[in-house]
Structures are given as C-alpha cells and as structure tokens.
Design a protein around this ligand. Sequence first.
Ligand SMILES: Cc1cc2nc3c(=O)[nH]c(=O)nc-3n(C[C@H](O)[C@H](O)[C@H](O)COP(=O)(O)OP(=O)(O)OC[C@H]3O[C@@H](n4cnc5c(N)ncnc54)[C@H](O)[C@@H]3O)c2cc1C
Length: 283
Amino acid sequence: MIYDAAIIGTGPAGVSAALNLKILDKNFIWLGSKSLSDKITKAECIFNYPGLAAVTGQELNNAFQQQIRQMGIEVTEQMVNSIMSMGEHYALMAGSEFYEAKTIILTTGVANTVTLPGETALVGRGVSYCATCDGNLYRGKTIAIICNAARFEHEVAYLANLAAKVYYFPQYPNPAVCMENVEVMTEKAAAVSGEGRANGVKLGNGEEVPVDGVFCLRSSVALATLFPKLTAEAGHIVVDRAMATNLPGVYAAGDCTGRPYQYAKAVGEGNIAAHSVVEYLAL
Ligand SMILES: Cc1cc2nc3c(=O)[nH]c(=O)nc-3n(C[C@H](O)[C@H](O)[C@H](O)COP(=O)(O)OP(=O)(O)OC[C@H]3O[C@@H](n4cnc5c(N)ncnc54)[C@H](O)[C@@H]3O)c2cc1C
C-alpha cells in the first residue's frame, strides 16, 4: 500500500500535520512516539500557547493526546532510520518495517544527535541504529548500546536477551535496565573504534571495551543519515513559505526548519505542510 503521506515525528508540528491531514481526508501514516515529544512534557509552564493560559507541558501533552484520540488518529511507534526516493514516491525504513508514501512531512524537531567519532563511517559494519533489524546478528555476542532516552529501554532488553554481554551507555538520568548480562557503564562512550568494522568503544578515561557491535538508540536521527538528499543549512531543513523542501512532495515543519523553537510556530508550520501536501496530491 502506498500512503498519500507519511508524517515523521510526533511533536506539536506532527500533531498539527496529522490533525489537518485527517480533516482533509488523506490516507497517511504517522511515525514516532505514542507519548508524543519530550519537549512538550518537559516544559514547566507554558505562557505563550494561544487558548491555553499557563499550562504545564504535561497538560498540553494531555490535551494533544485527547484530541488525537477523539479524531481517531493512530501513531505507529517507530523511529524512521532512512528515507529514499523511489521516483514518483518515497520509501521509509523504520526498524525492520518498510513503508511507502507519495509525500513526506518531516517534523523531527532539532536533530540534537551528536554522533561519536568513528560511528558514521562504520554504519552497517558493526554500527546499527535498529535493534529489531540487526539484533539477530549479535546472538551470543558482545555488544555496546548507546541510548539517549528511557523510552528505548524495551529495545535494550530485547538486545540483551539475544547478546551474551551488553555494555550499556545510558545518556539520560536513572536508567532502569537491570539484567544479569548488562553492565551499566558510568564512564562515557567517547568513540567507536575499528578499521573497516566496529570492534570496540573507547571510553572517556582512555580505556577501551572490545565489542562485536555497537547499537545507537536515539530519539532523533542525524538529517544526513535520515535523508541524505535533503538540503539543510546549519542543521535546519531549508523550506519555502509552503514548507516545501528541495525534494518534490517533501515538506518540513517545526523546529527542524529553524528558529524560533516554539510550539505555536511548530503547529502553524505543521498546518501549512498538511495543506501543501493536499495541493501537491491534487496536481
Ligand atoms: C524545557 C522546554 C521548555 C519549552 N518551553 C516552551 C514554551 O514555553 N513555549 C514555546 O513556545 N516553546 C517552548 N519550548 C520549545 C518547544 O518544545 C519546541 O519548539 C517544540 O516542541 C517543537 O515542536 P516540533 O514538533 O517541531 O519538534 P519536537 O517537539 O522536538 O518533536 C519532534 C519529535 O520527532 C521525533 N523524531 C525525531 N526523529 C525521528 C525519526 N527519525 N523517526 C520518528 N520520530 C522522530 C522526536 O523523537 C520527537 O518526538 C520548550 C522546550 C523545552 C525543551
């Protein structure tokens, strides 16, 4: 099945794009997190969101969740790892799943993905971003997992059930991973090492742990990895006033298009992107 549109990201921009595509009766898939965005829940008090005076981030998140439920919109809980042009439409890889859509709305927020030295060069050669796609390759082996959000802990458990030994590098407070073969590292991962294939993680203290593979589980994917053909400047996707990128049928909205980083801007741009998708589909 080829969807009319795929929305990637579940922050305010994605919420707005999804609501509008639903109202405009389009057949779309929405990929991201069912809990929406940490950047909503983390806000202590929001004073500048029209219609909701002095709400907490949690209250705004609850309001978004309720509206999505009422509209019968579903989030497919998956990170998109890469997007490819297939000529007239686009293909998306998300975990071990493959989706196709005529148009794309990127609402991925600011990609705060700092890759480790050595990581990018070894992707597919011992470095993986997808537990379910590549986990089986490391059955009975030693792996490192670098993870920046508690919401991926179920994937850590999945990998730990396959691997013999896991060095776990949590990049968030209070990790709750507790399995016999998982060593939670207090030292930071400083680099991925290996010539032609990843075979170790260098630690901040200069030591190195030898591994067969390295999994990086993060809440955003570097733009260059996600969609290499997209034009970006200083980490932001370049768009015009219709939220159109340099690629036909591909739109972007929210923090990923640039400052100011604000809910109202994200929601407004998500709305424009959805309308632009509808116009594009009608051509
Ligand atoms: C503590 C804090 C307080 C703030 N307070 C305010 C405020 O008071 N007022 C205000 O206007 N703004 C505030 N902001 C800014 C506001 O949170 C952002 O501008 C807004 O969340 C941007 O929305 P977005 O949809 O563009 O991106 P985000 O909210 O960042 O959402 C992006 C989503 O996309 C997901 N994603 C990324 N890559 C992928 C992928 N490859 N596949 C699937 N999903 C992906 C991410 O995990 C995330 O869930 C605050 C931010 C913070 C951190």
